[in-house]
Design a protein around this ligand. Structure first.
Ligand SMILES: [Zn+2]
Length: 436
């Protein structure tokens, strides 16, 4: 029985899909705001939800997985103005970067990727609904949501409206009635892209897009799983609940799943600290599968403190599995190991324990099970290494140097090969080339 920790109830709950036939599962995860390269924080979120999606598939559910792209917002507009390119060109560039880097991590593509700029009519319709039910109001070209009218506000983040009130301010240029209210539609400012609406020219607020796009994909029905990073619980997901339930008059989502923060050497990741590790940079030194392994070596709800040391540990552990796959050719099934593995993942997707089960299989002549378990969590280990001709040539040169007892040259060539990502292992049968 699969149990999932639901942020809404604050408990692990048995997973029961909304679908009466118990077959279909609808799942939505907040996507990136595409104004910069994807980093380790993104990798963690999308690898976590990739494992959840794969595992639900393994359990026999038909998962419809939707992830949006926020392709218009303040950061995108500011950045595109700086670079003097259109906000659309900037967003497309980083959407492409997202796909390149995530596919390397073996993150499966979603079934659909709605983009804000392509869903404006749907978003406008959704805002109209909120105004019609009395929860939204128009103020000089802006549209706001009345937080106080929604009695359940704070139920996800466990916050109290009166506590929030003391910290809230109305900023210059905002026309809201209450500092707690948030924008559904923002009146256009000079030099910004805009769309026509019943309230004048403008663009959607951030929160409304996820409600309109997720419900739009799922036929305006309550759906099973909504996911995202822990930092999205408040205000983003709290606001999504408020506006969606105000419009629908019924629950928005059954299970809320949030992954923990990524810190770097115990500090929160931020550009100002200069520790903003993009995946592109990390891949220069580490195979993406090592990065995936590292991300799964921590339970998804725990914070993950990233360090080079952690990547090195992941590299060794991952290499241990890969080496086992290369050396062993056992075909025996190990059903009890598979059951233990399932028990781990059934317990709120406990990937660190699941990885331990995989390690226990090493040297036990049951490669078939090992490969199967790795595949369930999307870890590619069955790598038939292609040795490039240049490396083969260097290896021959090194052999010659060794025969000539020119140890200095042999070492030099060994280093050269290492720089290309391969290592020579001298065996009784001659040199063996391993990928690092
Ligand atoms: Zn969202």
């Amino acid at each position: 029985m699969l149990k999932i920790y639901n942020t809404l109830s604050g408990k692990k709950e048995e997973f029961v899909p909304i679908d009466k036939n118990g077959k279909n599962v609808n799942m939505y995860v907040c996507g990136i705001t595409s104004y910069d390269e994807v980093h380790l924080g993104h990798a963690r979120c999308y690898v976590v939800f990739d494992v959840i999606r794969r595992y639900l598939g393994y359990k026999g559910y038909a998962v419809k997985y939707i992830q949006n792209f926020t392709d218009i917002d303040d950061k995108i507009i500011n950045r595109s103005n700086e670079l003097q390119i259109t906000s659309n060109d900037l967003a497309e560039k980083y959407i492409n970067d997202y796909f390149t880097q995530m596919r390397k991590l073996n993150v499966l593509d979603a079934d659909a990727y709605p983009k804000v700029t392509e869903k404006i009519p749907e978003i406008i319709e959704f805002i109209k609904k909120i105004i019609d039910t009395g929860y939204g109001y128009v103020a000089e070209g802006d549209v706001y949501f009345s937080v106080r009218k929604f009695k359940d506000y704070g139920k996800l983040s466990k916050r109290n409206v009166d506590d929030l009130k003391s910290g809230a301010r109305i900023l210059p240029g905002e026309n809201k009635n209450d500092p707690l209210d948030f924008a559904l539609w923002k009146k256009t400012k000079e030099g910004e892209p805009y769309w026509d609406s019943p309230w004048g020219k403008g663009r959607p607020g951030w929160h409304i897009e996820c409600s309109a796009m997720s419900l739009g994909e799922f036929g305006f029905n309550t759906f099973d799983i909504h996911g995202g990073g822990h930092d999205l619980i408040f205000p983003h997901h709290e606001n999504e609940i408020a506006q969606s339930e105000a419009a629908l008059g019924r629950p928005f989502v059954k299970y809320w799943i949030h992954n923990g923060f990524v810190t770097i050497n115990k500090e929160k990741m931020s550009k100002s600290l200069g520790n903003f590790f993009t995946l592109r940079e990390i891949y220069k030194k580490y195979d993406p599968m090592i990065v995936r392994y590292m991300l799964l070596s921590q339970h998804y709800r725990q914070p993950l403190d990233f360090s080079e040391n952690k990547l090195e540990q992941a590299k060794n552990a991952y290499q241990r599995i890969v080496n086992a796959v290369r050396k062993t050719d056992g075909i025996k099934d190990d059903i009890s190991a598979e059951q233990k593995f399932i028990d781990c993942l059934d317990d709120d997707f406990n990937t660190p324990q699941a990885l331990a089960i995989i390690h226990n299989l090493i040297d036990k002549n049951n490669l078939k099970t090992l490969l199967k378990l790795c595949d369930i969590i999307g870890l590619i280990v069955d790598i038939k290494t292609e040795i490039p001709d240049t490396i083969k040539k260097l290896t021959k040169q090194r052999e010659q140097a060794r025969k000539d007892k020119n140890w200095h040259l042999a070492d030099e060539i060994r280093e050269k090969i290492k720089k290309e990502g391969f290592e020579i292992e001298d065996t009784k049968l001659g040199p063996k080339i391993n990928k690092l």
